[in-house]
Design a protein around this ligand. Sequence first.
Ligand code: CU
Length: 107
Amino acid sequence: MATSAWGHSFPDHAEPRVGWTVNKPPAQVRIWFDVPIEPFFSTIKVVDANGQQVDKQDGRVNPTDRTVLEVSLPSLPPGKYRVFWNVISIDTHRTEGDYPFTISSSP
Ligand SMILES: [Cu+2]
């Protein structure tokens, strides 16, 4: 099924932003979705350039805003990272995707 006015959940925006280079290691990654997502079957993880998971493995749907998927990060070194997300929306359909961001070595 293609997109509908409600149901399937797609990312609206993210922090760090998709494809952006940031100067400071972000404390967390957050993705805002266009409709609420199911906490029990939705996942988010962050990997480094070697594919190694680097987040604190506390990925969750924000309990007070179920359109937000978030995960905490340690103080990461400069480099390229990728965020993988996989969510079940309120209509029980699954969507998934990934996006890159970079932490710059220059202050
Ligand atoms: Cu559908």
